[in-house]
Design a protein around this ligand. Structure first.
Ligand code: HMG
Ligand code: MG
Length: 294
């Protein structure tokens, strides 16, 4: 196992993109500011995707502009194409994440492109980012199964992860988008990818649909992975992945890591308090919408 683990907090993006109601911009900003104060080093802030596809994050520029940028904290954002890159750069974004999948069927639903086409789209984005000194993370979704295609061959996961790394992504996050994996499968997947991409450049991203996320994370930690994506309060899901529920909760991950003697730099009490605050905000939002509908 590595000595310390970096958490990439994805709640403000992966969480709020999947809420039925559109969370007010001010709540998003306060969420990120609260997360910044917990000691997290990487906080995914939002997505510069098409607002027609993900209206929940249409306020990406306003959110990114208003959040406090804590020294030493990274605030990556999702970018699907050059249009998104330009929007992100216009508000001073210094780290982006491009995202594709190991499953053709999921990619079509999520970004309306084949895997090959998506990689073709990212090439000029990554090139421009490198010229601008912008760091690029890469996501591979559906690494342990796809809601449309079912089984996803390991060779496809390895191929896509390797392509993103070769293109210039400094880190590749391996996503079990629908939380279908179990520890032995997670371990085999990570081992296969680590055969082609250095373990130090890999992150894991588990959704907790079937309660397997912590077990999967432990299995991967034992292989030496040092970066874990998680979402405060377990919010999360992809609007284009049927059946995908929340990400593994950051509070649970930090609790487990500290119990294993692994440092995260995160103040667990402050994180739990932020999770409670977010849950109250979401309950109020959902309640008020229900009230209006009635
Ligand atoms: P498309 O419809 O094929 O693209 O969507 P297009 O180029 O034809 O554009 C359609 C319209 O969108 C045009 O507007 C464009 O200008 C506009 P119109 O001419 O109709 O008025 N547009 C944009 N507007 C703002 N920003 C942009 C942008 N791009 C186009 N960047 C596209 C292709 C990729 C844009 C679309 O499919 C999309 O935005 N998809 C994003 C879906 C998404 O965000 N999914 C969730 C994130 S992935 C995830 O959650 C998994 C992850 O967590 C890991 C895991 O769990 O596995 C990362
Ligand atoms: Mg996700």
């Amino acid at each position: 196992m590595s000595d310390g683990v970096r958490i990439v907090e994805v709640g403000a993006r992966d969480g709020l993109q999947n809420e039925k109601t559109i969370v007010p911009t001010l709540v998003k900003i306060e969420l990120i500011d609260r997360l910044s104060a917990t000691g997290l080093q990487s906080i995914e802030a939002t997505s510069f995707v098409s607002p027609k596809w993900v209206p929940q994050l249409a306020d990406a520029a306003d959110v990114y502009t208003a959040i406090q940028k804590f020294p030493g904290v990274r605030y990556p954002v999702l970018v699907p194409n050059l249009q998104g890159y330009a929007r992100a750069r216009a508000v001073g974004v210094s780290e982006i994440a491009v995202f594709t999948a190991a499953s053709e069927a999921f990619n079509q639903k999520n970004i309306n492109a084949t895997i090959a086409k998506s990689l073709e789209r990212f090439a000029p984005v990554v090139e421009r980012a490198q010229t601008d000194g912008v760091a690029v993370r890469g996501y591979v979704s559906t690494v342990l199964g796809c809601p449309y295609q079912g089984e996803v061959p390991l060779a496809d996961v390895v191929r896509v992860a390797k392509s993103l790394h070769a293109m210039g992504c400094y880190e590749i996050s391996l996503g079990d988008t629908i939380g279908i994996g179990t520890p032995a499968k997670a371990r085999a997947m990570l081992k296969a990818v680590a055969g082609e991409v250095p373990m130090s450049a890999l992150a894991i991203h588990f959704h907790d649909t079937r309660g397997q996320a912590l077990a999967n994370i432990l299995a991967c930690l034992e292989l030496g992975v040092g970066v874990i994506d998680s979402a405060v309060s377990g919010v999360g899901g992809c609007p284009y992945a049927r059946g995908a529920s929340g990400n593994v909760a950051s509070e649970d991950v930090v609790y487990m890591l500290h119990g294993l003697g692994l440092a995260t730099g995160v103040d667990l009490d402050a994180l739990i308090e932020t999770g409670r605050w977010l849950s109250a905000q979401l309950a109020r939002e959902n309640g008020s919408k229900v009230g209006k509908a009635a």
